[in-house]
Design a protein around this ligand. Sequence first.
Ligand code: ATP
Length: 337
Amino acid sequence: MNAHDVLRVTGLTRRFGSVVANDDVSLRVRPGEVVGLLGHNGAGKTTLISQVVGLLRPDAGTIRVGTVDAVRNPAAARRHVALQPQAQAPLDGLTPRAAVEIAGRIRGLSQARARAAAEALGAELDIEPWLDQRAQPEGGGLSGGVRRLTAFAMAVAAPTPVLVLDEPTNDVDAARRRLLWAAVRRRADAGAGVLLVTHNVTEAERIVDDLVVLDRGRVVATGSPARLRGTQDSALRLELQLAPDGEDPTTDDATVPLTPLRRTRAGRRVLLTIPTDQAAAAVTWAGALRERERIDGYSLGPATLEDAYLSLTSPAPDGASDGAPEPTTSRTESAHV
Ligand SMILES: Nc1ncnc2c1ncn2[C@@H]1O[C@H](COP(=O)(O)OP(=O)(O)OP(=O)(O)O)[C@@H](O)[C@H]1O
């Protein structure tokens, strides 16, 4: 255990019947750090954070929040951890201002400081027009996005050493997502350790320091976005858009004039990671495929973190969406070549 970790999870295992939702998971978060937790639906992300905040007991492993043993003493740990849960906060009958003030008061702020926090967060997240609008039952009164932003504001109303955010950008529009990401980064820059569950690999890349990729309960990769992209920093991504019901022209190695470092199928997209010196060959080949109408189109650009993430994780089950912004990632099949 490093004395400077604000959160340290070691060997965490949690089963539900025969499902091993967390299988020997270890991770650490230091002050000032945003650690992104990535994984498809059912990978075990919510199970992990439920244990961190004491809502679920592990079958094995340890969780330390600062110097507190969070498994033995969840109440003490919770004083150091703020959570924005995945489910929408029950706001019915409350205004966002009142909800944030109450959250601040519960965390020990004075009435005046809680009021100031609500006002400041309203501006920071651009939800001022709705601050005094009352939430009604069954989603009335406030939009899903404003509810989500209010839940974030409640979590950060008072500073805590650890901040756990479970998909904070769901339902939030693009402009306010930017504000939210900036607000998360600001909390870390002020000294908090942030554990961030997200499906939005591309956006998260800009604010996370480290990533932990979970697949079927196990950690399959950890490291900075640059490290996870790894060799892809000097690689290109050739994306082929397959025709509906068209054959995938990349499956027969003998007819592919490239040596892909990695091949990932995502719905009707095939992503090939290729060395940069094969750019010209790739354009010639993909251009010819399009000419012969074997593909709908193609693009060539720098390899991204999403490519690495898709290649690290197992295929999502049929029909399951991993919630990523691109609709074609709803069903993935990955293969190493
Ligand atoms: N209370 C429970 N009872 C039985 N099985 C559960 C329970 N909670 C989670 N699971 C199972 O544990 C596995 C991990 O689920 P978990 O909710 O942690 O995944 P997740 O990564 O948070 O998924 P999502 O992105 O959909 O939120 C899944 O197979 C899920 O069905």
